[in-house]
Design a protein around this ligand. Structure first.
Ligand code: NOJ
Length: 722
């Protein structure tokens, strides 16, 4: 492994031998390998010529395949004048060949260590096929379930998102500060989308955002800070405007926030075509101006379009873009190439023939199953779950025997290996009769009638409904976040049979589930569970494993409540949810609170909390307070719960949220077992941005410790920061 000093020296030496055009070539990321974008025809792209001419430095590589990577790498190494290898980048989001639950799902596990393991497996599989860099993790806080990309992130909370950010950076890059880079088994990773993309107005993808400076700092930045602190190699600015300028062209976003405030010194890559899109944003008249603005703002790599190659040489010659900016970008890109080990062995990540032994390896599937189990959230249960051993099950609905359980942003070649719910239940010995009855949107001829017939003759109905993979992810915003009509008609027909109704929803976002809360006997949210979907779901439905997931995002009752999130600001006229006062902050036609709040989730066990105490009622600016509590499993079923610690700043210079998560821990407990658990609050957790600066304000703080963000006021403690 080369030392940083050695890398610096080698980079300077190489840089001194590069022409201006060659330097700029390093700043271009070709999408010639994104075969979807070029009509599926690889040979149609002049990619090979571009590589040979040194006009490409990195490539997006959706059709990952080691043989192809080797061929293209050999062109870069053997035909380009300086022989600088390419970095192949891929959207490895929740798995490579083994598909894990969608990130919104895995965030409900509140289990950063398991997420780290899953991500490390993704890296290992991806590196078999030439992938060296993952466009992941996606750290956008999302408070609007209409936005399709909620599926890709960790939900609505900065603390949880930040913990998972760190875990993922450690998993992809093999430890802190890229400790595993260059070992051929880990990949560099890219934090995205910096910043505020999740606040797209109306939940419509690519739409503009409006964020105050304090919200930007307090809510949207912390996950990125955690990712930068863990040593992520790359950051991708977001498509949206921040204060009128798209992130890729914004000196405020790239320099002030990212480089200065967060101290990021790695590579900045634009999002797909974001440089060209400055024209549509009304920030540039033409490609020349677009390239000028983005380069001068500090964008190191242009993804997918070719304006840097076309425009920058002249702009530098004319003195409009300082060559020092180009040199800085190229230094960072070359340093990453050294860190990845490809300057020494360009073929380090190409393992033709070895892939089979690694893809979907038994331990990968086991981790996928375990993480999928931990991601599922039991939303309701009146005793219908777990299913009785050997019960006769009518399994109905479009997701009953469907392999469309992987969700968006995965390119696995092994979709056929997805375990369906039917398979899962059958393997557990249930007598399953199955009828899809509808597609996701349309009734099947005679389907509902067949489903009713099966239901009449069963012990319990398992109704498997939800979204398909195209309904979430990028460019997949929805106005009506409901279960489509045909499926609702099936649900009504199932309810009318009077049989115990267990609903399993697989989806990429919070949906409006009020009907199911009222009419299902049990309701399990599986998100998109991934390759091991059916196994994981059946593990839980059968009671062999106990649901332990907790929501990382609130489920509204009605779309009119959006945005509805737990860590909202107080109002001057709060409503207690019960009184019939008029001039308070409420709706005339429905409650304020969500159907299911952040942190909520049921279990087959029951848990009790006792003896919650604070190590001190006072905190100095150097102290960390400990909050201890006894958590008891009061049932005879082993299970896990998530103990959550929330803080409220009672009175500050600017208003602070009603509560904010500051620490959490998963607690595994045997039947009737009790454990003492300790959570922590550090002064750093109490700091906030007041719109101008970060401040730490003395005064009173309330502390809530509970198993959910709702009802946690029951266990209120207090301390004073001195
Ligand atoms: C656009 C998406 O916004 C981004 O998340 C992704 O990494 C790039 N395309 C590359 O596919």
């Amino acid at each position: 492994m080369r030392t940083p000093e050695e890398i610096d020296r080698l980079v300077e030496e190489l840089l001194s031998r590069m022409t201006l055009e060659e330097k700029i070539g390093q700043m271009v990321q070709s999408a010639g390998l994104d075969t979807a974008a070029i009509g599926g025809d690889l040979d149609a792209a002049p990619l090979e010529e571009e590589i040979a001419n040194g006009r490409v430095g990195t490539a997006i590589y959706i059709q990952a395949d080691a043989k192809l990577a080797r061929r293209l790498q050999s062109i870069a190494v053997e035909k380009s004048r300086l022989g600088i290898p390419l970095i192949f980048c891929q959207d490895v989001i929740h798995g490579f060949q083994t598909v894990f639950p969608i990130p919104l799902g895995w965030s409900c596990s509140f289990d950063p260590e398991l997420v780290r393991r899953a991500v490390e497996i993704s890296a290992k599989e991806a590196t078999r096929a030439g992938v060296m860099l993952a466009f992941s993790p996606m750290l956008d806080i999302a408070r609007d379930p209409r936005w399709g990309r909620v599926s890709e992130g960790a939900g609505e909370d900065p603390c949880l998102d930040a913990r998972l950010a760190r875990a993922q950076v450690m998993g992809y890059q093999g430890g802190e500060d890229g400790a595993g880079l260059g070992d051929g088994e880990h990949v560099a990773c890219c934090l995205k989308h910096f910043v505020g993309y999740g606040a797209a107005e109306g939940g419509r993808d690519y739409n503009t955002v409006e964020i105050s400076p304090s919200t930007l700092h307090n809510v949207y930045l912390p996950p990125f800070k955690a990712g930068v602190d863990a040593g992520a190699a790359m950051v991708m600015p977001s498509f949206n405007l921040v204060d009128g300028v798209s992130s890729a062209a914004s000196p405020y976003v790239l320099q002030t926030l990212l480089r200065q405030e967060l101290g990021f010194d790695g590579v900045i890559v634009s999002d797909y075509a974001a440089v060209v899109e400055t024209i549509a944003h009304g920030l540039a008249q033409d490609g020349r101006e677009a390239a000028l603005r983005c380069a001068n703002a500090g964008l190191d790599i242009e993804m997918a379009t070719d304006l840097f190659n076309r425009e920058l040489p002249r702009l530098v010659m004319e003195g409009k873009v300082p060559e020092a900016i180009i040199d800085g970008a190229v230094r960072r890109i070359l340093a990453l190439k050294y860190r990845l080990g490809i300057m020494d062995d360009p073929y380090l990540y190409m393992h033709e023939g070895e892939e089979k032994a690694v893809y979907l390896a038994p331990e990968h599937l086991e981790t996928a199953r375990c993480l999928a189990r931990e991601s599922c959230v039991l939303l309701k249960n009146d005793g219908a779950l777990p299913l009785k051993e050997g019960a006769k099950i009518a399994l109905v609905g479009p997701c009953a025997d469907s392999k469309d359980q992987l969700g968006p942003w995965q390119f696995s070649a092994f979709k056929e290996r997805t375990v369906t719910l039917r398979q899962g239940l059958e393997e557990r010995g249930y007598a399953v009769s199955c009828e899809p009855a509808t597609t996701i949107f349309e009734p099947l001829e005679g389907g509902v009638a067949r489903a009713v017939a099966l239901a009449r003759d069963c012990d319990a109905i398992v109704l498997a409904v939800g979204e398909d993979m195209t309904m979430s992810g990028e460019a997949a915003s929805r106005q009506n976040i409901v279960i489509p009509e045909a499926q609702m008609a099936l649900a009504e027909a199932m309810r009318a049979t009077g049989k115990p109704l267990v609903t399993v929803v697989t989806c990429g976002r919070p949906l409006l589930l009020d009907w199911f809360e009222r009419h299902s006997n049990a309701l399990l949210c599986g998100w998109f569970p991934g390759t091991e979907a059916g196994h994981a779901l059946a593990d839980l439905l059968s009671g062999d494993h106990n649901p332990s997931g907790r929501l990382s995002i609130s489920f509204p009752r009605h779309a009119g409540q959006i945005p509805v999130y737990y860590n909202h600001m107080p109002t001057g006229r709060p409503w207690n949810g019960i009184s019939d006062e008029k001039f308070v902050s409420r709706y005339l036609d429905g409650p304020n609170d969500p159907l299911y709040p952040f942190g909520y989730g049921l279990s087959y066990s029951s848990f009790k909390l006792a003896e919650v105490s604070l190590s001190s009622g006072r905190m100095t600016r150097e102290d960390t307070l400990a909050v201890t509590a006894k958590v008891r499993n009061t049932s005879s079923v082993p299970g896990a719960t998530v103990l959550q610690l929330y803080v409220h700043d009672v009175a500050a210079r600017v208003s602070r949220p009603v509560k904010e998560l500051k620490d959490f821990v998963r607690v595994d407990l045997d039947a009737h077992q009790e454990r003492t658990v300790t959570l922590h609050i550090a002064p750093e957790d109490l700091r906030f941005h007041d719109g101008r600066d970060w401040v730490l304000v003395s005064g009173r703080f309330e502390v809530f410790v509970w198993f959910s963000s709702a009802d946690c006021d029951l266990e209120k403690l207090e301390f004073t920061l001195e």
